[in-house]
Design a protein around this ligand. Structure first.
Ligand code: COA
Length: 167
């Protein structure tokens, strides 16, 4: 049976920490779907189309990975795409409680869906999309945290009058 994984997230924007998880997860399964949460409530800086195209550009070297939008319950989406595994990255102890709760809740909703945790590479353990945006907004150097297409897009987004978008 084909082993299909689902790596869900908001990816606002995708960072090198996410790409590291995607690369490693893709080696463990036949197909990996990166599910980009529509997540209007989180008021993303990048709209869904931009988040998806930045992801696609960042993982163009991985031919078993697809990028797709999702909304609604994760377990329903996983079932609709035939995924048996949900992949999550763990950065630090602080992630554990939330991830543990989410994994157990998902398991109670869909007992056959397994959650797999990958340890984030130590280089990216302190990274988050919000921190990157905040540092960039104040003119700090963020290129090393981002895939090249994302760094370029973020710089051009912040180059204009983006004060409102970032508020
Ligand atoms: N490297 C760098 N940063 C990482 C990372 C990694 N390996 N893994 C996670 N992060 C960061 C993200 O950038 C993000 O940062 P931000 O909060 O500053 O934007 C943060 O960690 C959280 O990750 P994110 O990708 O936004 O996912 P999430 O933890 O918010 O989860 C869903 C989002 C979509 C998986 C979850 O809300 C969901 O399943 N929703 C569907 C509805 C549902 O089924 N709910 C019931 C669940 S029990």
């Amino acid at each position: 049976m084909e082993r299909v994984g689902l790596y869900p997230g908001t990816f606002d924007p995708v960072t090198r920490g996410h790409v590291d998880i995607i690369e490693r997860a893709s080696r463990m399964m036949d197909r990996l779907i990166v599910g980009v949460s529509v997540r209007e409530g989180k008021s993303p800086l990048f709209d869904l189309g931009e988040r998806m195209s930045l992801l696609k550009a960042s993982i163009a070297h991985l031919d078993t990975v697809e990028v797709r939008p999702f909304e609604g319950l994760l377990v329903d989406y996983a079932q609709s795409v035939g995924a048996q595994l949900v992949v999550r990255g763990l950065r630090a102890i602080t992630d554990f409680e939330y991830e543990f709760q989410m994994a157990l809740m998902n398991r109670s909703l869909a007992p056959d869906l397994e959650t797999v945790f990958l340890m984030t590479h130590h280089e990216w353990i302190y990274l988050s999309s919000s921190l990157v945006k905040e540092i960039a907004r104040h003119g700090g150097y963020v290129e090393r945290f981002l895939p090249e297409p994302v760094a370029t897009r973020l710089a051009s987004k912040l180059g204009g009058d983006t004060t409102d978008e970032l508020a």
